[in-house]
Design a protein around this ligand. Sequence first.
Ligand SMILES: Nc1nc2c(ncn2[C@@H]2O[C@H](COP(=O)(O)OP(=O)(O)O)[C@@H](O)[C@H]2O)c(=O)[nH]1
Ligand SMILES: Nc1ncnc2c1ncn2[C@@H]1O[C@H](COP(=O)(O)OP(=O)(O)O)[C@@H](O)[C@H]1O
Length: 203
Amino acid sequence: MKNERGILFILSGPSGVGKGTICKALRAQKLNIQYSVSATTRNPREGETHGVEYFFKTKEEFQKMIDQNELLEWAEYVGNYYGTPIEYVNQTLDEGRDVLLEIEVQGALQVKKTFPEGVFIFLTPPSLDELRSRIVGRGTETEDLINNRMAVAKEEIEMMKHYDYSVVNDEVESACDRIKSIITAEHCKVSHVQPKYEKMFRS
Ligand SMILES: Nc1nc2c(ncn2[C@@H]2O[C@H](COP(=O)(O)OP(=O)(O)O)[C@@H](O)[C@H]2O)c(=O)[nH]1
Ligand SMILES: Nc1ncnc2c1ncn2[C@@H]1O[C@H](COP(=O)(O)OP(=O)(O)O)[C@@H](O)[C@H]1O
C-alpha cells in the first residue's frame, strides 16, 4: 500500500454541459486515475456493456443496494436511478489511487457529506444558450424535456457555491487541461503530502 490515500475527484454539473464528453476525453489520455462505474436502472443504449459504462440493474436490485448501504450516493434523474457503489471507491482510495466520479449535482452534494475532503469540480457551460444548443444537438430529448432540463440547469448552477473549482467547458481540450491542472495542484497540497512525511519520520 502507498503511504497516502488517493484523492476523490467529483466532476459534476448540469445535464448537457459535457460531463460525459470530458470524462471520455480524460479516459483516452490514460491519466493515473480510476473511474468509478455507476449502477443505474436505465436501459443500456446501443453499444453499452454491463460493467463498462454502467452496472445495469432492475429497480428491485437497485433498491436492495440502497437498503444494504452499498451506495455512496444515489439520485433519481429523468425517471431512472443512478448511484455510486461505495466499495470500489473506498478500496481504490485505500490503495492510494485517485478516483473520479462523473455524477449529477444532487448526488455530488450527497458525496460532500460523506467525503468533505473530496475535490468537487463544477463544469459550467460557456453560456445558457450554448447549453441549450448542446442539449438540442445531442438529439436525445423532446422539446418538453429540453425545457425541463434547462429549468433544472438554472437551479443546479446555483449549487456551484458548494464546489471547490469551476471549469468552463468551452473547448474539450482546454477543459481537460484545466481539470488536469486541478489534479496536479491537489497532489501538491500540504494537507495531502504531510501525512506521508510524518510517517517517514516516525519509521
Ligand atoms: N448521482 C449520480 N449521477 C450519475 C451517476 N452516474 C451517472 N450519473 C449522471 O446521470 C446523468 C444521466 O446519465 P446518462 O443516462 O448516462 O445520460 P447522459 O445524459 O447521456 O450522460 C448524467 O448527468 C450523469 O452524470 C451516479 O452514480 N450518481
Ligand atoms: N466543449 C464542447 N464543445 C461543443 N460541444 C460539446 C462540448 N462538450 C460536449 N459537447 C456536446 O454537448 C452535448 C452534451 O454533452 P454530454 O457529454 O452528453 O453532456 P452531459 O454528460 O453533461 O449530459 C453532446 O452532444 C456533446 O457532443
